[in-house]
Design a protein around this ligand. Structure first.
Ligand code: SAH
Ligand code: SF4
Length: 425
């Protein structure tokens, strides 16, 4: 419930409006999990609320998997038993700016102009080429990723920073399953079960913050709406959750990014919002023919229509639109594709996050060759687009992009994570 709804509820109980504000703060600022914890309310009022049948609660974390890189993946159960996944990604100690992790990218973009970022990247592009070459000649994937970091050293990721200050990114789900059917994504295999409510979306954040004892204002939390589901197909609840997160929990919208597969009416509505996260568009292909094959939704809204809508979003100072591009070996990762991407994005305040495809069972793609990834990135940078390679997080626990999928055991009782395939990190 938001403040107007709580005000209405309190007035129905014959209470003054300031009581609604107290409940709002208890729910979202203090993140209480029980009516009895709302100690700003009188004992009598608390009893009245309980008697009237009001409940306070958070989604329940029924399972946790921890990655060697510090990423935690939670199976989160809603009141009706449906489950989604939420991911906690602790970031490094500030020495890893530009390493391709979402928070680091966001941070860089707050202090740099696109031109500065591209200039810095051009300087390091030479390094990238060298490491790609050695990776090609027999080194394993991990050393490749370790040594890339867009040319900067990676340090202590997955640990708490000194003096108790923490930086982390929380990846949240917006739907149970997804209806969009992208051919490379594991979540697509679930189909769509239902939308999450605004409370269930914001509740994932509150549950994770409580688990890690995060103090908003002291610790720095970034949010990405990039978990299960398509946020723009659950638009109203998604936007309502943004308001609860901003006004209630206290995370500024500038630290939030929503990713869409390209739902045109959603992008158009989003462009008109006064308070909104940053936008990431899952471009994933350089022309409609390839995109239609890997993202059938392209038949409904093609690349040109999506880019036109994106360009109508009034950007804030130093805001860029992010284009995500999942690299699928031999499908969309060749130099001709990079050239096409440059043509598509010419003149836009855009940056590109390259995501090396994360494998999943029953999905028939191959990962791109490290050398191809390096060439692709270099071509975009040389063409003037700030381009990062997103470091895969939690791949060993299937928490990386496109790997979120939960299953319920046969008897339907306890949700279980099925271990699918070997650790890929
Ligand atoms: N539904 C939204 C947000 C969730 S998916 C969207 O599609 O944008 C978040 C990102 O993960 C998207 O950019 C998507 O293209 C990418 N992704 C999906 N499956 C992937 C996989 N197997 N490997 C790497 N990235 C993947
Ligand atoms: Fe849905 Fe996004 Fe996966 Fe596509 S990539 S199926 S839109 S979650």
């Amino acid at each position: 419930m938001n403040l107007p709804e709580l005000t209405e509820m309190m007035s129905a109980l014959g209470q003054k409006p300031y009581r609604a504000r107290q409940v709002f703060d208890a729910l979202y600022k203090q993140r209480v999990t029980d009516v009895e914890e709302m100690t700003t309310l009188s004992v009598a009022l608390r009893s009245e609320l309980i008697e009237a049948g009001w409940l306070v609660g958070l989604p329940e974390m029924v399972q946790t998997a921890t990655s060697i890189d510090g990423t935690e993946r939670y199976l989160v159960r809603m009141a009706d038993g449906e489950t989604v996944e939420t991911v906690w990604m602790p970031d490094g100690d500030g020495g890893e700016r530009g390493d391709g992790s979402e928070a680091a990218v966001e941070e860089a973009s707050e202090t740099e102009t696109a031109e500065e970022a591209v200039a810095g990247m051009k300087l390091t592009a030479g390094l990238s080429a060298t490491s790609a070459k050695s990776a090609d000649s027999g080194r394993d994937d991990k050393s490749f990723w370790d040594r890339r970091g867009n040319g900067r050293a990676r340090s202590n990721f997955g640990t708490l920073a000194e003096n108790g200050f923490r930086r982390a990114t929380i990846c949240i789900s917006s739907q149970v399953g997804c209806a969009v059917n992208c051919q490379f994504c594991l979540t697509a295999k679930l189909g769509i079960k239902r939308n999450l409510t605004a409370g269930e979306i914001a509740g994932q954040v509150a549950a994770v913050l409580n688990r890690h004892n995060i103090q908003i204002g002291k610790d720095r939390i970034n949010l990405v709406f990039m978990g299960m589901g398509e946020p723009f197909l659950n638009y109203d609840s998604f936007m309502k959750s943004v308001m609860l997160l901003v006004e209630g929990i206290g995370i500024p919208e500038s630290r939030m990014t929503v990713s869409t597969s390209g739902i045109l009416p959603g992008i158009e509505a989003f462009a008109k919002e006064a308070v909104r996260p940053k936008l990431a568009l899952s471009l994933n292909a350089s022309n409609d023919v390839v995109r239609e094959r890997i993202m059938p939704i392209t038949r409904k809204w093609d690349i040109a229509a999506l880019l036109e809508a994106v360009q109508k979003i009034p950007l804030r100072t130093r805001e860029w639109v992010t284009f995500e591009y999942v690299l699928l070996g031999g499908v969309n990762d060749q130099p001709e594709h990079a050239r096409e991407v440059l043509e598509l994005l010419a003149g836009m305040r855009a940056k590109v996050n390259l995501i090396v495809w994360n494998p999943g069972p029953g999905i028939d793609y191959v990962q791109p060759k490290p050398g191809d990834v390096a060439v692709f990135q270099r071509m975009l940078i040389e063409g003037g687009i700030a381009t990062y390679i997103r470091r895969p997080r939690g791949r060993d626990i299937y928490a990386a992009c496109g790997q979120l999928k939960r299953t319920i055991s046969e008897n339907g009782a306890e949700p279980k994570l099925v271990v699918i395939g070997a650790a890929a990190i």
